[in-house]
Design a protein around this ligand. Structure first.
Ligand SMILES: *[C@@H]1O[C@H](CO)[C@@H](O)[C@H](O)[C@H]1NC(C)=O
Ligand SMILES: *[C@@H]1O[C@H](CO)[C@@H](O)[C@H](O)[C@H]1NC(C)=O
Length: 316
């Protein structure tokens, strides 16, 4: 029983104290806050008085109230602080080394930071803008090759060239030049020149010339036949080593060899300029002499007719 009473008394006491305490706080708080409003400068943390001057009597009263308030354990709550933006930082590097890019900058809500329930900063933390470090480099590219030029020689071996341009695209803004050659060349041949022998064919020229010098020969493409201007001055046609035709001028003083004349005649001259042998085709302007595979040695005119031949086809 006595225990119950003791507990009850303790509880009642605590209740009374807490009620008194609450009263103390409310009463003193109201009076103390009036003091602050009138300009009382308190030494309690966060209790800031208004910007005004108290009269002496009020100062005294407020001082007493402050003492009691301190005994009650009264504290002022710290003021709310709304956040404020810092300055923006520097712009970031442009996102693109060349051409259109983006850069950003940001700020912090720390000037001041929001405190004690104050508002966050309003607006965007980050802003961006477009940037351009200049046009991007363009590497050069070749155009297609142009047409081949005309062959440098009207007949015989010549050269022709063709070229291309570094304009597809042209290099720009520090881009690389095209690699490789601008020009290329190849050999070309418009056919045998007049007044020359080649292989088994000799062409008439605009002037007389020695088609077969002493010691030279004209072979058929198949290698079976040879027309030989012999050192003994005899012009002989051989088939596999057998003579099948000859000019029969052995031992005479043939000058330089077999002359192909501009008039189409084939002539063997002596050193004095006398014809020892000829094909009697002067005036036909026979244009081509050929050592044929069939064994015939033929002088042809421009229209492809035989003006003269050894008539040795098939002989061996
Ligand atoms: C911002 O830019 C200025 C001027 O270019 C420079 O002096 C400063 O160091 C930069 N600040 C930072 C944090 O990079
Ligand atoms: C290149 O050759 C073609 C075909 O022979 C011809 O049509 C074209 O006109 C030529 N181009 C030039 C630039 O000569």
């Amino acid at each position: 029983m006595s225990k119950i009473i003791a507990v009850c008394i303790l509880a009642c006491l605590l209740a009374i104290i807490s009620v008194a305490d609450a009263k103390c706080k409310t009463y003193l708080k109201n009076r103390f806050e009036k003091c602050l409003a009138k300009g009382f400068q308190s030494s309690i943390e966060n209790c800031n008085g208004a910007d005004a001057v108290l009269k002496k009597r009020q100062l005294k009263t407020c001082g007493r109230i402050e003492t009691k308030v301190k005994q009650c354990g009264y504290t002022c709550s710290p003021p709310q602080v709304d956040g404020g933006w810092s300055d923006f930082g520097n712009w970031s590097e442009c996102s693109a080394k060349c051409g259109e890019g983006v850069q950003t900058r940001s700020r912090s809500c720390n000037n001041p930071s929001p405190a004690h329930g104050g508002a966050e900063c309003e607006g965007e933390k980050t802003e961006s803008r477009s940037c351009n470090n200049g046009a991007c480099p363009v590497d050069g590219g070749w155009s297609d090759f142009g047409n081949w030029s005309e062959c440098s020689a009207k007949c015989g071996e010549g050269v022709q060239t063709r070229s291309r341009s570094c304009n597809n695209p042209a290099p720009a803004h520090g881009g690389a030049e095209c690699e490789g050659e601008k020009t290329e060349s190849r050999s070309c041949n418009q056919g045998q020149c007049p007044g020359t022998c080649k292989g088994h064919v000799c062409l008439r020229g605009e002037a007389n010339y020695i088609a077969l010098p002493l010691g030279s020969r004209l072979n058929s493409p198949n290698g079976d036949y040879s027309l030989v201007m012999q050192a003994d001055r005899n012009l002989v046609l051989y088939c596999k080593g057998n003579a099948v035709w000859a000019s029969k001028t052995t031992g005479t003083a043939v000058s330089d060899g077999l002359t192909y004349q501009a008039d189409g005649n084939l002539v063997l001259y002596d050193p004095e300029g006398n014809a020892l042998w000829d094909t009697e085709t002067g005036g036909t302007r026979a244009s081509t002499m050929v050592m044929q595979n069939d064994g015939n040695f033929v002088l042809y005119t421009d229209d492809g007719k035989a003006a003269w031949s050894t008539g040795t086809n098939g002989q061996c």
